[in-house]
Design a binder for this molecule. Structure first.
Ligand code: PMV
Length: 328
């Protein structure tokens, strides 16, 4: 029996990953850039079990049953293939934030699972290889391997060996923070994978989305390095609205927002008129992630709490990459 425990933070994309050129390998059409979210964490304990006939998955303290566990057990099959070992595993996953609601729980889950699972199975990997392995579970998990400001290089090769994340700057590079307005806690109706596949096939705007990505990546990369919130924020909002425009224009249409999502967008625009520099981004769900100077985060969070329909506001700031912790 070998045991490993890993902890990984979620991340939020400033320039989004939206569309796969290879669905089986989670290969994106373009690169993306994110901030790793300190404090929004998934912890995974992986234990090899030669005494079991099948894998055992425990989700937030309760035995998981299919179909909720199907993606996890398929991923354990992949880890066994990489390790060339048939060993069954017990994996215990615990997240401290709402899962499947557009808060990228899959990013922290698969980053932590890749690290804990590979360590328990004795697979030795470089950080880039670990990012590739995490990507196989969920694309955005490739970015959660690293802390701070992170770019996932989309890559060009068919086998995905050049599609992994790299750090742009460490978490302490820039004093920014996130106030995250939670507008609905229930799981989203269309997951990001299905939403992307639908957008690629059914949205007339998908080609335009691809065309603009390099420019947005350049602006955000440059803005991060210069600590220029205006440059990063404007490019981030533009990129988010384009992603949702692609989804909205698909047939049938894909709408991830709730009325409160729009109310938060309006409030963020007002905050800027009140000289608080805040910018929003939204993933495949109704929550709104608001980026602002760390010193203004509490004021922004207070404003968001007062928006009708906002259920709660989570706080975050750039956090660390995946780490193995001592099993207790
Ligand atoms: O990692 P996935 O397959 O859940 O995709 C994440 C997609 C978005 O969150 C919408 C964008 C992103 O880059 O994280």
């Amino acid at each position: 029996m070998a045991e490993a425990v890993a902890r990984a933070n979620s991340n939020v994309a400033l320039v989004k990953y939206w569309g796969k050129r290879n669905e089986a390998l989670n290969l994106p059409y373009t690169g993306s850039i994110s901030i790793t979210l300190g404090g929004l964490t998934t912890t995974v304990r992986a234990t090899t079990r030669d005494d079991l006939g099948g894998d055992q998955v425990i989700l937030n303290g309760r035995p998981g049953i299919p179909p909720a566990t199907a993606r996890i057990t398929a991923y354990l099959d992949l880890l066994r293939r990489v390790a060339a070992r048939p060993t069954r595993l017990t994996v215990e996953l615990e997240s401290n934030f709402p899962v499947a609601a557009g808060l990228a729980s899959s990013a922290s889950t698969f980053a932590a699972l890749a690290a804990a699972g590979s360590a328990a199975l004795g697979i030795e990997l470089t950080p880039a290889q670990l990012s590739i392995l995490a990507r196989r579970g969920s694309g955005s998990a490739a970015r959660s391997i690293f802390g701070g400001f992170v770019e996932w290089l989309g890559g060009e090769l068919g086998d995905g060996s050049d599609s992994y994340a790299i750090p742009i700057a460490a978490a302490d590079h820039w004093d920014v923070g996130f106030a995250i307005a939670v507008t609905a806690e229930e799981p989203k109706p269309v997951g990001s994978g299905a939403g992307m596949a639908h957008s690629v096939k059914q949205s007339p705007f998908f080609p335009a989305w691809l065309e603009g990505q390099e420019q947005d990546l350049d602006a955000v990369r440059r803005g991060i390095l210069a600590r220029d919130l205006t440059v990063v924020g404007e490019a981030m909002e533009h990129n988010c609205l384009k992603m949702h425009a692609v989804a909205l224009a698909a047939r049938p249409s894909l709408l991830y927002w709730k009325p409160a999502t729009l109310a938060v967008i309006a409030r963020v625009q007002e905050l800027r008129n009140e000289c608080i520099e805040a910018y929003f981004t939204i993933d495949a769900g109704p929550q709104v992630k608001v980026l602002c100077p760390l010193a203004e985060r509490d004021a922004v969070a207070d404003a968001l709490r007062r928006v009708p329909g906002v259920q709660r506001v989570l706080l975050s700031q750039p956090g660390g990459g995946v780490e193995l912790v001592e099993p207790t």
